[in-house]
Design a protein around this ligand. Sequence first.
Ligand code: SAH
Length: 231
Amino acid sequence: MAFRASILSLYPEMFPGPLGTSLAGRALERGDWDLELHQIRDHATDRHRSVDDTPAGGGAGMVLRADILALAIDAASPAGDPRPRLLMSPRGRPLDQGRVRELAQSPGAVIVCGRFEGVDQRVIEARDLEEVSIGDYILSGGELAAMVLLDAVIRLLPGVMGNAESGAFESFETGLLEHPHYTRPREFEGAGIPEVLTSGDHARIDRWRREEAERLTRERRPDLWQRHTGE
Ligand code: SAH
């Protein structure tokens, strides 16, 4: 069965957006994944269809109401739905390739996109939402974050990536950043291609690539390097 993504948002018209093009878009057309959109506002209960209210305790901004969001979640993901329920949130666990790989193996995901100052804490607990962050910066809403997550997941779904191998040797899959790439022309503005890459000696090429990956990781991401070497 295809991976089923259910999005809960106040701006569902933002989807599929960039996920409608290229790799993800073709996969959507083929039915390698399904996209279901839910307008949170459809579950508002008052005349003004309001979904947010002022924060308890005072302060700036608005907060998404627990009751309205719970109704939307229950409609999109009834009890017994095996899919994880995610809430895009700067307070969440930072998304990494390991979690992306796990998600690609699940039957899909229910993704709540926050807006305003965020959502009422009680709905996070009552509906067991897993908070997921895409990095230490603040977006104006969860929609772009959900697209980032989905893009990373979709490319790993069976049948999506043409070259089955190209998923396995990328940055992070090995715990290292990737080695540099070169292609034609052989000379560009006076700069050549490292001699080893044109040598045809595959053992040497593999060694060079591994060494470059290690060097880049050590220089740029001491945190990853430390984990890789287990120091
Ligand atoms: N007041 C909140 C930020 C709210 S931003 C705080 O300081 O933590 C509004 C919404 O955008 C959030 O509810 C969340 O859904 C989304 N969002 C913002 N930054 C994000 C990030 N880095 N990762 C994932 N979602 C994010």
